[in-house]
Design a protein around this ligand. Structure first.
Ligand SMILES: [Fe+2]
Ligand SMILES: [Fe+2]
Length: 357
């Protein structure tokens, strides 16, 4: 590692309740009153393994995932399980999914998978299911109820009737700012499943939802958006402590909506900048108009690193340890009831948006 980090470093700063996420890996810690019950899990996301031809794949994307796997295997304490956040492949092909699965097979420990749109829109998840299992499911772990959604579905008409080939459908959904794209959604069938799933869960039980796209409406042009976000949030509303952890956006992002805290996990492949409209139009996210440190094209892992997420409080509480970049902390401010990136948002640390966009 270029920037060695230890869990102790994080705990020193974060107090006893740190949860960890990272990019390329995120480690998340649940803390309970009895500290012996605390546990961590790791989260790796958005590797976009890309096939060139034959046995050739884009090297940088391979390297990001290989590094995440290696670093996850070195974590102490060992995470109870590892979640993969979607977009393992770039264009959903067999060689990409196979190659990604092969790199992931070096992980020690239980791995669970979530679907991304880049895995899905070639064959609508058929081969992915053979490799990794169901597209949505839930499980319980040490007193926490975990839900894994497939949040990247869209309208049936777009999926089944619009495109002459599966390849074209995949390409249309893969682009940003593409007027031919279509907004993501969890969909009615899955929302009904979620409703039934949550019915049997005590309202005091902490809920952790994994989704690929954010279950909130951030920026439609780039599909940082889930069309039925409000309906899904409504199903989560009765619970005391809800944490949503998502991939897809390839950037630092966080939010708090009522009882739900939202944490984006960075990508192992590349960082997206913040769309310039973040600074121009009203957004649902508080204070997200802070520009991200831009990627240095000469440093292949710039704007990636580790993030440690504490989900014990039910509010946003994150520490970032970025490769070759300043450390950042995002903490919930009980006065404003919003998460704030206090160090970075200080006027003197803030880089004017025009420098970035
Ligand atoms: Fe992605
Ligand atoms: Fe994605």
């Amino acid at each position: 590692m270029n920037t060695p980090i230890s869990r102790r470093d994080f705990l020193k700063g974060a107090g006893a309740l740190a949860a960890i996420g990272a990019l390329p890996v995120s480690l998340v810690e649940l803390a309970f009153a009895n500290t012996e019950e605390n546990f961590t899990f790791a989260f790796i996301s958005d590797s976009h393994i890309q096939h060139i031809k034959g046995v050739e794949f884009v090297r940088n994307w391979d390297r990001g995932l290989i590094r995440a796997v290696a670093e996850t295997n070195l974590l102490t304490p060992k995470p109870d399980f590892i979640m993969y956040g979607g977009d393992l492949a770039q264009l959903g092909s067999k060689p990409e999914l196979d190659h990604g699965a092969e790199i992931m097979s070096a992980l020690h420990g239980k791995v669970r998978y979530m679907m991304g749109e880049h895995d899905y829109y070639l064959d609508l998840g058929k081969y992915w299911e053979q490799l990794f299992g169901p597209q949505y499911y839930s499980f319980d772990h040490k007193g926490v109820h975990f839900v894994v959604l497939n949040s990247i579905l869209t309208y049936d008409d777009w999926t089944h009737k619009r495109w002459p080939t599966a390849e074209q459908r995949m390409l249309e959904m893969a682009g940003l700012d593409n007027p031919n794209g279509s907004p993501f959604m969890v969909g009615e069938q899955q929302r009904q499943w979620l409703k039934n799933d949550l019915q049997k869960i005590n309202k005091e039980t902490p809920i952790v939802v994994f989704s690929h796209s954010p279950i909130q409406k951030i920026y439609k042009g780039w599909n940082f958006w889930t069309e039925d976000a409000e309906e899904v949030q409504a199903l989560l509303k009765p619970f005391k402590k809800v944490t949503v952890i998502y991939g897809h956006v390839h950037q630092i992002q966080y939010n708090q909506i009522g009882n739900i805290s939202f944490h984006a996990v960075m990508a192992t492949a590349w960082p997206w900048p913040y769309p310039s409209t973040y600074a121009q139009v009203e957004q649902h996210l508080p204070k997200l108009t802070v520009p991200m440190n831009r990627a240095d094209p000469f440093f292949e892992r710039d704007a990636t690193g580790w993030q440690f997420i504490n989900i014990a409080t039910g509010n946003v509480d994150m520490r970032y340890n970025l490769y070759n970049n300043a450390r950042r902390a995002v903490a919930f401010n009980p006065k404003t009831r919003q998460p704030e990136d206090t160090g970075y948002q200080l006027a003197e640390n803030r880089i004017p948006p025009q420098v970035h966009f």
